[in-house]
Design a protein around this ligand. Sequence first.
Ligand code: HEC
Length: 179
Amino acid sequence: MSRNGIPGRPGWLLTIAAASGLVLTVIVGPALQAQEPTEANIASGRRLYHQKADCQACHGWSGNGDKLDSQAPDGANLRVSTLDREQLIFVIKCGLPGREMPAFDRMSYKDDRCLGRTQADLDRMGLELPDAGVSLQNREIERLADFLMTKVIGKGEMDRATCIDFWGEEVDVCGEFQP
Ligand code: HEC
């Protein structure tokens, strides 16, 4: 009698797995597609990185930590970073107090958006936060994240092809990489 139950099991599991796979595809699929960054948003994020936010001063133009400003702190190598999009946005908004990464959200440490901490808390903990110089709006931070997630975070060392893809065209600086 029990022989009947045993071969039956994998069948049940498969059915459940297939069914939940289907459900996941149906529910998650369209949501992910809606978040797919557009070329325009990626390009806009790249300009924010290089110009307005000047992330490259500390992180280098490609994000590899080869800072452009010799006086600036040593930024992390973002090309080997394992942060996900949500964590990335959090770090951009709230910075890394005590580790020389500035906060780019104007309201950071003024209300509770940075783990509920205020500037007074940071002072009490002896954690310094460098001045970002500029603040970014939410939609700018979203575009920066579009750019960083598609071209920088976890993308590893650059070569000629990734350099051209990074800029969206062949630029002089890509000549420094082997074809
Ligand atoms: C004043 C220099 C400076 C500027 C400007 C700066 N950063 Fe940073 N950033 C740092 C430093 C320093 C670290 C932390 C290094 C460490 O202690 O690990 C860091 C860390 C990070 C991390 C965490 C990486 C990881 O995997 O843990 C991210 C993400 C990041 N920066 C993104 C940015 C972005 C995006 C910008 C521009 C909006 C920016 N940074 C501007 C200095 C800077």
